[in-house]
Design a protein around this ligand. Structure first.
Ligand code: ATP
Ligand code: MG
Length: 440
């Protein structure tokens, strides 16, 4: 894309209404635009990042054998009355009446709907396990929406659901999602720590939150430094390896606020390894057995006996991750954002010094731009006549990982190429393409 044509409405200064750096940067770069409290439009730069995050989430769900579906945003209250959560969910649920006066709601989560789909379709234990997921907008009428898209009312979430015949099988499903979450966040260059968590309104007794450390996070966490070194590079999803991996994590004390116990923390974690800080919850997984299948009568035939299926649910905050990555990767002091290459809005930027009376640099830049495009490298070319320092400042903020700078002295053969925030090197265009492709 040419910079003069893209829809990136950049502000000169940080907006005053934003309190944390991700919110500031997202407004400043025009990644999002608030439409009402806690409800946002996603503009091209923000939307591109979110879509890349969504693709990674999807690939890692598919990799453990989960199947994608799409459930609606609007649900009927009937199924929520069956599970008993229609009253319990309280004010966070947005309730709507249709023209026939039927009680509907905008889904905050989908345990009921998926259970309803399951019970009408799957009859035999031979079809289990079933791992199903969708990526869809959710609405929760949060009391205090804040921090931009980090805690909003309408947000984009991946939610998966597992159905098994026994607790043992269900734990295997749980561990598969546990691994897929580690893989997902790693591909975004985030170290998300699994922490034992409370189950809240979803219910059940086994649950982990995946949290990235950040001072601006809303979750208080207590953990052990050594957990960062646990090996999660599993290449298989076979039971014993998964059990071992979860065990390796659970050897280390790592909990959120609600589960915290000072005595146990001090006993289990030598002082030099203790971490007491804040974090951002980017994923949350639950095992809750027959909490929904029993009241909603979701059973399968197991050797002539009726068994209620054992279920788990698994959420990733796809839209929240955009903010979480900024919190982790934005150097606010020097105004340099560094998107991980896997989610960056573009792969490369071409930043030329342009002169209205001399078209040679523009021609040279267009050639490079077309060459990169033909090599499937998503590139943005700054074809404006701003000064090179103004352009550099702008592109440091936008955070695209690679920059090609066409200055006064650039020749025809080699170009100044740099990784954002690092020193430039003179390289041939073929070498540049190779580096960018190797980092994708
Ligand atoms: P939180 O504790 O942050 O309120 P939750 O426990 O209510 O979240 P879950 O039901 O576990 O959330 O939802 C799964 C994921 O969806 C969370 O891990 C989070 O990343 C994301 N999420 C939840 N609520 C919001 C929100 N209001 N705005 C943006 N993302 C959210
Ligand atoms: Mg949660």
């Amino acid at each position: 894309m040419l910079f003069s044509k893209v829809f990136i409405p950049i502000l000169k200064n940080d907006p005053t209404e934003a309190k944390i750096k991700s919110h500031k940067l997202m407004l400043r770069l025009g990644m999002i635009k608030q439409s009402s409290a806690g409800i946002y439009s996603w503009l091209p730069l923000g939307f591109k990042v979110m879509k890349k995050i969504e693709d990674i989430v999807r690939e890692e769900q598919n990799r453990i054998g989960a199947q994608e579906i799409l459930m609606p945003t609007i649900q009927s209250s009937e199924i929520w009355k069956e599970s008993g959560r229609y009253e319990d969910y309280g004010e966070e649920m947005l309730r709507i009446k249709d023209r026939q006066n039927r009680e509907m709601l905008y889904g905050p989560t989908n345990e009921e709907l998926i259970t309803d789909i399951f019970r009408n379709s799957i009859k035999s234990y031979k079809s289990l396990p079933q791992l199903l997921y969708h990526i869809q907008w959710k609405f929760r009428d949060e009391l205090r929406p804040r921090f931009g898209i980090m805690r909003c009312r309408e947000f984009y979430m991946k939610d998966a659901y597992s159905f098994d015949i026994s607790d043992d099988d269900a734990l295997l499903s749980y561990n598969k999602f546990f691994l897929s979450y580690l893989r997902t966040f790693k591909r975004m260059e985030l170290s998300a720590i699994p922490m034992a968590a409370d189950t809240g309104p979803i219910g059940g007794n086994l649950s982990h939150e995946f949290i990235i450390l950040a001072d601006t996070g809303e979750s208080k966490i207590y953990t052990d430094k050594r957990i960062f070194d646990v090996d999660s590079n599993l290449t298989t999803i076979e039971k014993n390896s998964l059990d071992k991996m979860r065990n390796d994590f659970e050897k280390f004390y790592s909990v959120t606020d609600e589960k915290f116990d000072q005595k146990i923390f001090e006993n289990k974690v030598p002082e030099k390894y203790r971490i007491k800080t804040k974090g951002i919850e980017v994923g949350h997984i639950f095992y809750f057995g027959d909490k929904y299948s029993k009241p909603m009568n979701a059973s399968v035939d197991f050797n002539g006996k009726k068994e209620f299926v054992k279920m788990g649910s698994y959420g990733v905050g796809v839209s929240r991750l955009v903010g979480a990555i900024i919190e982790a990767k934005y150097d606010e002091k020097n105004e340099i954002m560094k998107w991980p290459t896997s989610v960056s809005p573009y792969d490369c930027s071409v930043i030329p010094l342009l002169n209205k009376n001399d078209k040679s640099n523009l021609e040279k830049s267009m050639k490079i731009y077309n060459f990169l495009k033909n090599n499937k490298i998503d590139t943005i070319l700054d074809d404006t006549y701003e000064s090179i320092s103004a352009k550099m400042k702008k592109f440091n903020l936008i955070g695209i990982p690679f920059q090609i700078i066409i200055g006064k002295k650039s020749d025809e053969e080699t170009f100044e190429f740099k990784k954002i925030g690092e020193e430039p090197k003179k390289l041939k265009i073929e070498e540049i393409v190779k580096i960018i492709k190797n980092n994708k």
